[in-house]
Design a protein around this ligand. Structure first.
Ligand code: HEC
Length: 171
């Protein structure tokens, strides 16, 4: 009974404080626990399924996709050599320290022709999914070293490389 009376008193007190308006203590607006951005988990899923690690994470294929997430997207020094020259999958962890989310969105909608990067496939994603990929990779933080610079077709690479020339079998 006395507990009921105490709680009624508290309710009445709160009502009075509410009516008084300005005398009501300010309630902090910030949440007690900052919630993780749900797009980060979505981005991890898209990067894993999107084949990004196949090129940008050394040892991905050889490990049957078991490279720990802390080593994802650090770029590769194994080149892709074809009619365009030799390109290296860049270290996106370092790249995203320099590139903003808006610049990434612009890159996805405008870049192309840089073999064998899958810019054309990324354009099938919604803007939210494009953002999710950015936020996940950015959340991993900078790590590793930059990949080698691309080479023109006339230059023989000094690193290992995959041959991506189209070969036509003789008739
Ligand atoms: C078949 C190999 C391959 C796959 C798969 C691939 N990439 Fe790439 N990526 C490259 C290469 C090579 C480059 C360098 C050529 C270029 O800049 O377009 C590149 C470039 C990039 C760049 C630009 C970096 C810079 O320095 O300008 C980003 C960002 C990137 N890739 C992210 C991704 C993401 C995210 C995925 C998964 C959806 C992905 N890549 C899948 C090979 C690949």
């Amino acid at each position: 009974m006395s507990r009921l009376r105490t709680s009624s008193a508290i309710v009445a007190g709160l009502l009075l404080a509410l009516l008084a308006g300005s005398s009501m203590p300010t309630i902090a607006k910030a949440p007690l626990f900052a919630r993780a951005d749900p797009l980060i988990a979505r981005g991890r899923y898209l990067v894993a399924f999107g084949g990004c690690n196949d090129c940008h994470t050394p040892g991905w294929r050889e490990s049957d996709g078991s490279v720990p997430v802390a080593r994802w997207m650090m770029g590769s020094s194994t080149g892709y050599r074809g009619p365009w020259g030799t390109s290296y999958p860049p270290n996106v962890r370092l790249e995203f320290q320099q590139v903003s989310e808006t610049q990434w969105l612009f890159m996805v909608s405008t870049r192309g022709g840089h073999w064998p990067m899958v810019w054309h496939d990324l354009r099938a994603l919604t803007t939210t999914d494009r953002r999710a990929i950015y936020r996940f990779i950015k959340s991993l933080g900078p790590a590793g070293v930059p990949a080698p610079e691309p080479l023109p077709p006339s230059v023989e690479p000094k690193t290992p490389y995959f041959d991506v020339f189209p070969h036509t079998p003789p008739n």
